[in-house]
Design a protein. Structure first.
Length: 437
C-alpha cells in the first residue's frame, strides 16, 4: 500500500514530532543521563569506530534535518523493500506435547485422515504454496489508507467535552489540603549538599495531601531530580482475589480478570481504539498504562513531561468516564483479533526463557499459589469479552476508592489545582457499581 499510494502528510508530520520529542527529552535530561549510555557510546567509538557526537549535537542535528524531510522522500523508502526476491519466510507451529493438548489432538486427527504419522511439519505449507501466497498478496487490490476524519491534536479534548453531561460540576469552594510531615527525612534535590547521615535542620514537609469532591485522594510531591518527568502512581484495594471461579478446567482465578487489562487495551480505552490513541500521543511525552490487577490490589502507573501534564490528566479522566465496550459494529472481527493476540501472548510466555525463569521464581516464592497461574489456551478460547470488559470497568468506576501519588517537576500550585479539579475531581462515583467500603 505504501509503495502504491505513499503516506499522508499528517502521518509523516506526527512521526517527525515523535522523533523530535524524544530528542528534546534527551536534551533536557542530559545532566541526569545514566553512565551505561556513555559506556556503550565509548565502546562503539573504540571498537566499531562509530560516531559519538553526544546528546547536544544529536539533538541539534535532528532539529535541523528532520523538518527538511518531505513526505515523498519517506514514501520512496518503501521501494527498497522488494518481497519478490531475497526474502526468508519463517512459519512456526506449537510443540506436540501434553501442554498443548488441543494442537496435539488436531495433529493426530490430520495424520489419521492422511494415513501418515503425526508430526508438526504436517500442518506446514510447502515452498510452492508459500510462494503462491506471496504472489497473491503482491497482486491484491488495495485501497488507499483513509485520511484523518478529525483533528488529531484536539481529539482527546473533544471526547472530554462530549462527557459534559456525565461530569460533576466544579466545586463551589477550594479543595482542602494538608501538609504531610516527615521528621528526619531530608528532602531530595539535585542541588542539595546535605548528607544522608545528617539530620535536616528543620522538618520539611514531605508533600501535600488533598481529597477532591468525589473522594479521590491525591498525594503531591515536588522534586527536581528529573527536570522533564512527572510520575503518577495509583492504587486501590481489591484485585484477583475478588474474581475466583470453580470448575475442573479452572485455575482458581477468573481468566476474564487475569486478562482484563490486556483485553481492554486491545478493545480500546478512553473511548478510543488502539490506533486512534497512538495517533493522539504521537509527538507527546506521555506514557500511560491501564489499571492492572494483582492478588489484592489494583494499580496504575504512568509518566509524562511537565509540558504534557494536561494530556495525561485528560487520559486519566477518560479512563473513568468512557467505559470499555465489547460490542458494537464490526465487533466479531475485532474480538477474533483480540483473542488471537491473547493466544499469541500466551504461547510467547511459554517460549520466552526469561518469562519461564520469572514464573519459576514466582512459583517458589508463592508456593505455586493459584493467583499466580497463567490462563490456559483452552480457557482463552472460551474467554467472555463482555465479562472481561465488566471487570475492567468496575476497577475504574469508583474514584473514591483510589489514591493517586503525583511526583516530579510539578507546576505551581495555582496552575496545578485547577487542572486536578477539572480532570480528576469531575469524575462521578458510579452508584450502580458496588464498591469496597
Amino acid at each position: 500500500r505504501v509503495r502504491r499510494y505513499g503516506f499522508h502528510d499528517a502521518e509523516v508530520q506526527r512521526a517527525k514530532r515523535s522523533m523530535l520529542a524524544e530528542w528534546e527529552e534527551s536534551y533536557i535530561e542530559r545532566e541526569q543521563r545514566s553512565s551505561d549510555g556513555f559506556a556503550e557510546e565509548f565502546c562503539s567509538l573504540f571498537l566499531d569506530e562509530d560516531h559519538a557526537p553526544g546528546v547536544v549535537d544529536r539533538a541539534r542535528l535532528a532539529a535541523v534535518v528532520l523538518p527538511e524531510i518531505t513526505c515523498e522522500e519517506v514514501s520512496g523508502v518503501a521501494g527498497m523493500y522488494d518481497f519478490a526476491r531475497n526474502v526468508v519466510v519463517k512459519i512456526a507451529t506449537p510443540l506436540m506435547s501434553v501442554r498443548s493438548p488441543a494442537y496435539t489432538l488436531w495433529s493426530v486427527y490430520q495424520a489419521c485422515r492422511q494415513l501418515t504419522l503425526p508430526r508438526p511439519t504436517l500442518d506446514l505449507p510447502s515452498e510452492e504454496e508459500v510462494s503462491q501466497l506471496l504472489q497473491a498478496v503482491a497482486t491484491e487490490t488495495l485501497e488507499p489508507w483513509p485520511p484523518d476524519e478529525d483533528d488529531v491534536d484536539s481529539r482527546l479534548r473533544n471526547i472530554f467535552e462530549s462527557c459534559a453531561d456525565v461530569r460533576l460540576s466544579p466545586p463551589s469552594k477550594a479543595t482542602a489540603s494538608k501538609e504531610v510531615q516527615a521528621p528526619g527525612v531530608p528532602k531530595p534535590s539535585r542541588s542539595a549538599k546535605l548528607s544522608l547521615a545528617e539530620a535536616a535542620p528543620e522538618p520539611a514537609p514531605l508533600g501535600e495531601e488533598l481529597v477532591l469532591q468525589n473522594g479521590l485522594r491525591i498525594f503531591l510531591k515536588h522534586s527536581d531530580l528529573f527536570q522533564d518527568e512527572i510520575l503518577v502512581r495509583a492504587r486501590r484495594w481489591g484485585g484477583l482475589s475478588e474474581h475466583q471461579e470453580s470448575g475442573m478446567l479452572s485455575g482458581g482465578v477468573s481468566c476474564e480478570a487475569q486478562v482484563s487489562s490486556m483485553s481492554a487495551m486491545m478493545l480500546g480505552i478512553c473511548g478510543l481504539s488502539v490506533e486512534s490513541l497512538q495517533e493522539c500521543l504521537e509527538g507527546k511525552r506521555v506514557d500511560p498504562s491501564p489499571p492492572g490487577m494483582e492478588a489484592y490490589t489494583t494499580g496504575l502507573d504512568a509518566s509524562t513531561s511537565p509540558a504534557d501534564l494536561e494530556d495525561m490528566l485528560t487520559l486519566l479522566s477518560l479512563l473513568f468516564l468512557k467505559p470499555v465496550e465489547a460490542g458494537g459494529a464490526g465487533a466479531t472481527g475485532r474480538l477474533s483479533l483480540v483473542k488471537l493476540g491473547l493466544l499469541a501472548w500466551r504461547l510467547a510466555e511459554d517460549r520466552d526463557p526469561q518469562s519461564q525463569f520469572q514464573r519459576r521464581v514466582q512459583m517458589a516464592c508463592t508456593g505455586n499459589h493459584p493467583y499466580t497461574w497463567l490462563p490456559s489456551l483452552w480457557r482463552i478460547l472460551r474467554l467472555n469479552f463482555k465479562s472481561a470488559a465488566k471487570v475492567f470497568n468496575e476497577r475504574a468506576s469508583q474514584p473514591r476508592e483510589w489514591t493517586f501519588v503525583i511526583m516530579g517537576n510539578l507546576p505551581a500550585r495555582e496552575k496545578l489545582m485547577p487542572l486536578l479539579e477539572r480532570y480528576l475531581g469531575c469524575i462521578p462515583n458510579n452508584l450502580g457499581q458496588s464498591g469496597s467500603s
